[in-house]
Design a protein around this ligand. Structure first.
Ligand code: DLL
Length: 432
């Protein structure tokens, strides 16, 4: 089912006319209400009147994580505090998270975007949807929740973590759809199989995202749980889940172009690339009031297809993600930057800045091992002092990144040292 046919099936001319009108409006909005943007534009000698439509997009400055960090927490808010009704956040490269703020209308638009995605997965008001994304500052839980309510479905706000309860409720309440990370769904599948309960579930669809996943993972979910699995994309800075989602043809993720204006740029030259090229996805908020972002560099590497999809929707499709242009890892759905680990290690006596994050997936669950070189003094200590050091590192990292890592203490020079740009991650999961 198409949730909003008037918008999702517009002709390319209509889409571009709407985008141009909305771009002019949002540029005026940020110029007049966000000092940071006004200054950025003035530094380039730009005035709002210079932007007449999407053909002028590349005159505008980019926005990056650094801009969010410099203005943390509310420096990019474009509405008075009294109009802002919600805050969400996600990890940044160092201590400060990326914060997003929303007006009531922003939440309504977000809900519609997610409702469109759920409808694309074949769901209606008759469905019973379990939300297994985390509720809280993370956008996954509340984003999927509001979208499911907008659809009119019945929502079970489970959050992530208690798999036994999720399975019990899934069976007792005849749950027909689940929204959670793809790795968590495979974990649920495994538990259902172990308990011999796969035949007892009524699940027909899963809406999975927040981390990269593969076609092979989709095949596994579909064959083991007898469901259809859909890919949903989004990021806190732009809104949360529901920026894009794939339809039953799985030919890319339809991006809601009436709310987000996509471009692909070369992450090295920062030049806009022709349609269809591979590069970094850059998004401009077209309708957000609370904190619209202009040309936000997502760091996600992909390409975009603009031809009409067999499903009838005309909205462009983001192709399979090919990686990121920074070193962010997504572990158990949590965004982790090596720099966060490094900052934590620097505060612990006995460690050096030589470390490696080794990520793997064992029994469908992500694992993180942090290998850390000790100083000579720490290395000379006895087993008890090393155990204490490993525990201190574990606890500090848990505080810094919210994950339990296995800590492997290495002897001095036990890890490779780099002359040029150092490499701090080894990802064995092959997700891209
Ligand atoms: O992960 C929002 C979300 C929640 C999306 C629930 C889908 C479902 P952040 O925590 O800000 O927001 O992380 C955003 O996660 O830039 C991508 O690198 C990655 N990501 C999100 N969805 C997908 C996906 C949420 N479907 C970052 N495929 C993004 C690949 C994804 N990567």
């Amino acid at each position: 089912m198409i949730w909003n046919e008037n918008k999702e099936c517009m002709s390319r001319d209509q889409i571009e006319a709407l985008q141009s009108a909305r771009l002019v409006k949002v540029v005026n909005h940020v110029y007049h209400n966000v000092e940071y943007y006004r200054k950025k534009m003035q530094d380039l000698g730009l005035e709002p009147g210079d932007i007449k439509g999407i053909e002028d997009l590349d005159k505008l400055p980019y926005t990056t994580y650094a801009d969010l960090r410099d203005t943390y927490p509310f420096g990019l808010a474009a509405m008075p505090r009294s109009e802002l009704v919600r805050v969400h956040a996600s990890s940044g490269t160092t201590g400060k998270p990326k914060v997003a703020v929303y007006t009531r209308r922003d939440i309504d638009i977000w809900s519609e975007c997610v409702a469109r995605c759920l409808a694309m997965a074949g769901l209606t008001k008759d469905d019973i949807i379990q939300v297994g994304y985390g509720y809280g500052l993370f956008t996954g839980g509340l984003g999927a929740h509001y979208g499911a309510e907008e659809l009119g479905a019945m929502v079970l706000p489970m959050s992530a973590g208690n798999t036994q309860k999720l399975i019990d409720m899934m069976i007792d309440c005849d749950v027909t759809a689940i929204a959670c990370t793809p790795s968590y769904l495979l974990h649920v599948a495994e538990d259902l199989e172990k308990m011999g309960l796969v035949d007892k579930i009524k699940l027909k669809a899963a809406i999975c995202g927040a981390e990269p996943w593969t076609d092979e993972m989709r095949d596994q979910m579909e064959s083991r749980l007898h469901i259809k699995a859909f890919d949903i994309y989004g990021l806190t800075e732009m809104m949360g889940p529901g920026v894009a989602c794939d339809c039953e043809h799985h030919a890319g993720l339809h991006i809601w172009e009436d709310h987000f204006l996509p471009e692909i740029i070369d992450p090295n030259t920062l030049k806009q690339l022709p349609k269809g090229s591979d590069g970094e996805l850059v998004l401009t908020s077209l309708t957000k009031e609370g904190m619209p972002l202009i040309r936000y560099r997502t760091k996600d590497l992909t390409s975009i297809k603009y031809d009409k999809c067999e499903c009838g929707r005309t909205m462009a499709r983001i192709q399979r993600f090919k990686g990121r242009s920074d070193d962010m890892l997504i572990i158990k759905g949590v965004n982790v930057f090596p720099s966060q680990v490094e900052a934590a290690l620097l505060t612990i006596e006995g460690t050096t800045p030589h470390y490696m994050l080794v990520v793997d997936r064992v029994d469908n669950s992500d694992t993180l091992e942090v290998q850390v070189e000790m100083t000579d003094a720490a290395n000379a200590g006895d087993a008890a002092s090393k155990e204490k050091l490993a525990k201190t590192i574990h606890d500090k990292l848990r505080q810094a990144i919210g994950l339990n890592a296995k800590i492997s203490l290495m002897e001095p020079n036990g890890l490779e040292h780099f002359d040029g740009k150092s490499k701090h991650t080894t990802d064995k999961r092959k997700l891209y």
